[in-house]
Design a binder for this molecule. Structure first.
Ligand SMILES: [Zn+2]
Length: 430
């Protein structure tokens, strides 16, 4: 089950970003992409035209199967070469407005989740389907997607316009906030359920799951958002939740406010005891990242994001599905903690550690559950609400900042308890 959790794949992005070697000086301005894409699901071909401003200094990354037809800057052609299959180096770039035309066939399924075929178009970072800049800098985007008119199109942006022509559908989107990915997901098989309640718009897309199941899921997500808002204050991207059961196997990922999970996995869960509870728990974890994306994801401080998302998902599951399921989760956390492969402290666990998941997600949840019973749920929420309010929209929270806030609000005993547990090499539950 853990291997199917979408949260598992966030570190891949962090690792990918870290693997990208630097190639030039840093820019301070947030890059803006205007990306026009035409997709032919029947052949697997995509044709793209992208404008990036400001231009990257000298290089970008793009999937090796995609043919770069032309690069221009300030109206002039820019010479370029592929240094490796995905790294493209440009020479003598003088202007700040870069235009790249590229096209090609994405006939292969990338990383199990990205593909272009007659039943499903799913494009995200994993396929490197748009030029990725050095260091994985955050950017804003405008996306114009041109697909067959029987395809339902979903992205991680805000829909601006929809226009049908001939047998095609054009949709225009802009990013909600600076992010690191452009997700384009479309299929003729998707059905939609949506509801706007208390200014929260929840959209769920699915293909084969029973409609009643989806309706129940929608209600639980809406009430979950409301509960998190009570606990931690309003979320960073207010009022939008787009949840897609993508008609495929493979893993899931979240690009707030978009969550993409495998519908095949959800269908298989329905056959299991607590399957619905597990599906909800996974969704609640991802939803909690609306609040818990306040620490860097590529340093050991990521335990703050993942630990708080998992703890938040745990408490919602506990409230929704009861003691028996909550006890089962705690038993699993404990079993996994006891089976840790290394003796590495939670706050010192790097992304490549085999204990990354158990340390950042599971031991931390046990830690928060223990802290809740020691210091009180509302008192602990006071600390969490302050951290979210102060740091939402940044990734600046470190273990030291977390411990300071605990000390301020819960006192020195509490911060000593957290510090000891976070820095102890061997896992021991007190
Ligand atoms: Zn997560």
């Amino acid at each position: 089950m853990k291997k199917n959790k979408l949260s598992l794949w966030l570190p891949l992005i962090a690792v990918l970003i870290m693997l990208l070697p630097a190639c030039g000086k840093k820019k301070i301005q947030i890059p803006f992409y205007r990306l026009d894409v035409r997709v032919e699901p029947s052949s697997g071909k995509i044709e793209c035209n992208v404008n990036i401003r400001p231009a990257p200094d000298s290089c970008f990354y793009l999937d090796g199967d995609l043919q770069i037809n032309r690069i221009k800057a300030g109206g002039e052609e820019v010479p370029f070469r592929r240094e490796s299959s995905s790294k493209v180096v440009m020479d003598g770039l003088k202007h700040d407005n870069l235009q790249i035309e590229y096209s090609g066939f994405l006939n292969n399924v990338m990383s199990g989740v990205n593909m272009v075929n007659p039943d499903l178009v799913e494009l995200a970072l994993y396929a490197t389907w748009f030029p990725i800049l050095e260091g994985g800098a955050l950017f804003e985007f405008e996306l114009n997607a041109d697909l067959p008119s029987d395809f339902i199109t979903i992205t991680n942006g805000r829909l601006q316009q929809k226009r049908q022509y001939d047998n095609r559908m054009l949709t225009a989107w802009v990013s909600f906030k600076p992010g690191f990915d452009i997700v384009l997901l479309a299929s003729p098989h998707l059905r939609q359920v949506s509801e706007n309640q208390n200014n929260t718009n929840v959209e769920i897309y699915y293909s084969k799951l029973p409609r009643d199941y989806i309706l129940a899921k929608k209600d639980s997500l809406i009430s979950g958002m409301a509960q998190f808002t009570t606990f931690y204050g309003p979320p960073r991207v207010k009022g939008h939740l787009r949840y897609v059961y993508s008609p495929r196997s493979g893993w899931g990922y979240s690009r707030i406010p978009l969550f993409v999970v495998s519908e095949e996995y959800a269908l298989s869960l329905l056959q299991e005891e607590f399957g619905q509870a597990r599906d909800f728990h996974g969704a609640a974890h991802e939803m909690a990242h609306f609040w818990w994306s306040i620490a860097p994801t590529n340093t050991p401080d990521d335990w703050i994001n993942e630990g708080l998302a998992e703890y938040s998902g745990f408490r919602l599951s506990e409230a929704c599905f009861g003691r028996e399921f909550a006890d089962l989760l705690v038993r699993e956390y404990r079993e996994h903690a006891a089976a840790s492969e290394t003796e590495t402290a939670i706050a010192e666990t790097v992304s490549s550690s085999p204990d990354r998941y158990v340390n950042r997600y599971e031991k931390t949840t046990l830690l928060f559950i223990e802290a809740r019973s020691r210091y009180g749920s509302e008192q602990l929420d006071g600390v969490l609400k302050t951290l979210h309010t102060r740091f939402a929209g940044t990734q600046n929270v470190t273990t030291a900042i977390f411990l300071d806030e605990v000390e301020k609000q819960l006192g020195p005993d509490a911060s000593a308890f957290f510090k000891k547990t976070l820095y102890r090499k061997k896992w021991v539950e007190e």
